[in-house]
Design a protein. Structure first.
Ligand SMILES: [Zn+2]
Length: 502
């Protein structure tokens, strides 16, 4: 536990109670409208250079709880020139002081990560597409701004939900759902912008969650023009394309996968804080959280830099990400991706509150932070557009998308209760997904007369008549083993398919 020194707490409490009682005008500084936390060094520096913009309420070893002006939020960001807001928002003074105590939720994380899904990974790597990433980056840039208070940012959330739903429907995935998360009443920072969450339900371990995320909002020196191409349209596009490639290869996960586009990261991690706190409060069993925030401006010699700040990053999961690159992109792989580590500093992205809630986090970044500060000239500028990154394409992000899909496949694991993804004969489709047998006729001319399921001994274990042209049958009631599904059509034709349930 850290030692906390409360500096002006008494004063603050007095001011509150006076206000509450009789609206007395106390000599408070009206420009100080925001509570938050930041590194003590930054707080002291701003306090010295701009004493009217900040008040330090309490300090711990190296952090400060502060009451500050809007101006101070920009000052602290500019001071470090690092990624992320450089401060964390708090809803009031008490919340801010609590926050610098850093009481990370204790949570037993027993999962051992392993690399076992080479076949699925190789298949996914064949279909993952750089041009899809480029198209989506430009699509997101075209909002002009996604600054969290704008109508465009709210629309971007609604549109992304529709895009993800269409993507799932295109591949016939009814194990996928997409929802908007409303943060308009969030206690840790309110915004009218939505976060968006896509859920791919795990076929065998649905209560274990593998999370991948990035932030949908953007910012710049003029928030009316904040295209946010690299920061962080590149991250959203990477996680979208990684997921699409899973659908294309018919991958059904054992564990539940959730893909998250967070709202309002740039102003203090509002969206991810709200979501991570909700998951934490409900003790959701999240086994891993991968953060993809900025992936397309290469300004270091290596390709990927893993953030390793000890107050927000889990070394085990980060090591596993590195294992994935060693396995699939080593020096002799023909598709080498090099990596190193870096530190990003205070509150630098959405993984922060997942970590505070006791979950394992990893954050692969586009450069070392030193090189990023020196070289990424479009960061938080009105010209943060893909055409202004080196190469003018999504070549750098493409590497992150490969890592993303490897992470999703190897942590969620391919479900083995399922047969081969699809079967097509005589205009009929017959396949198993999420423990359901699905059948569908391309034409209405000859519906299914009967469906029977036989076990390995040839014994009929299930029969249903008059199924029509499309529908599904739950296979949950069957124990592990091989089965033959047999359907007879009204036109007397017969189709059979072998499935294995493990
Ligand atoms: Zn960002």
């Amino acid at each position: 536990m850290k030692k906390i020194t409360i500096i002006a707490m008494l004063l603050v409490v007095t001011a509150f109670s006076l206000n509450a009682q009789d609206n007395l005008t106390v000599p408070e500084r009206h420009n100080l409208t925001i509570y938050g936390t930041m590194s003590l060094e930054d707080a002291e520096e701003i306090s010295e250079s701009h004493p009217d913009e900040i008040e330090i309420l309490a300090t711990s070893d190296d952090e400060a709880a502060v009451h500050m002006s809007e101006e101070a939020t920009h000052l602290v960001h500019d001071l470090r020139g690092t990624h992320g807001p450089s401060y964390l928002y708090a809803s009031n003074a008490i919340d801010a002081i609590k926050q610098i105590r850093h009481e990370r939720v204790e949570r037993a994380q027993q999962m051992n990560f392993s690399i076992t899904e080479g076949e699925s990974v190789e298949n996914a790597l064949q279909v993952i597409s750089q041009s899809n990433i480029e198209d989506q980056i430009e699509e997101l840039e075209s909002y002009g701004t996604r600054y969290h208070t704008t109508a465009a940012a709210r629309r971007a959330g609604v549109d992304l939900k529709a895009k993800w739903e269409t993507m799932a429907a295109t591949y016939g995935r009814d194990d996928v759902s997409v929802r908007l998360v409303d943060h308009s009443n969030a206690s840790g920072g309110r915004t009218n912008m939505y976060s968006v969450i896509m859920t791919i339900k795990g076929a065998e371990l649905p209560d274990e969650y593998v999370i991948i995320g990035g932030h949908l909002d953007s910012t710049s020196n003029n928030n009316n023009t904040a295209p946010g191409g690299d920061d962080d349209a590149s991250g959203i596009s990477v996680i979208t394309e990684a997921t699409r490639s899973l659908f294309e290869i018919g991958f059904v996960p054992k564990r539940t996968i959730e893909v998250m586009a967070y709202a309002a990261e740039e102003v203090g991690l509002f969206g991810s804080k709200d979501i991570a706190n909700r998951y934490g409060r409900n003790n959701v069993n999240v086994v891993a959280v991968g953060q993809f925030d900025m992936s397309n401006f290469k300004s270091s010699s290596r390709d990927i830099y893993f953030v390793n700040d000890s107050n927000a990053i889990d070394p085990t999961l980060t090591g596993f990400f590195q294992d994935l690159l060693d396995e699939y992109h080593g020096p002799n792989s023909g598709d080498t991706i090099t990596y190193s580590t870096t530190q990003c500093g205070y509150g630098c992205s959405d993984h922060r509150y997942w970590f505070e809630n006791g979950y394992r986090t990893a954050f692969p970044f586009e450069s070392s932070f030193r090189d990023f500060q020196n070289n990424n000239v479009i960061y938080h500028r009105t010209n943060d557009l893909m055409r202004n990154v080196p190469g003018g394409n999504a070549n750098h992000s493409f590497k992150f998308a490969k890592l993303a899909v490897e992470y999703l496949i190897e942590v969620s694991k391919k479900s083995t209760t399922l047969s081969a993804p699809e079967f097509s004969q005589e205009g009929y489709e017959l396949y198993v997904i999420n423990n359901n047998l699905k059948y569908k006729s391309q034409s209405s001319s000859s519906p299914i007369k009967s469906l029977k399921v036989y076990d390995v001994t040839g014994k009929r274990v299930y029969r249903e008549n008059g199924l029509g042209n499309a529908g599904s049958v739950s296979l949950n009631k069957f124990s592990a083993g091989a089965y033959v599904i047999n359907i007879i059509l009204e036109n007397k034709k017969e189709l059979s398919k072998k499935v294995i349930l493990n």
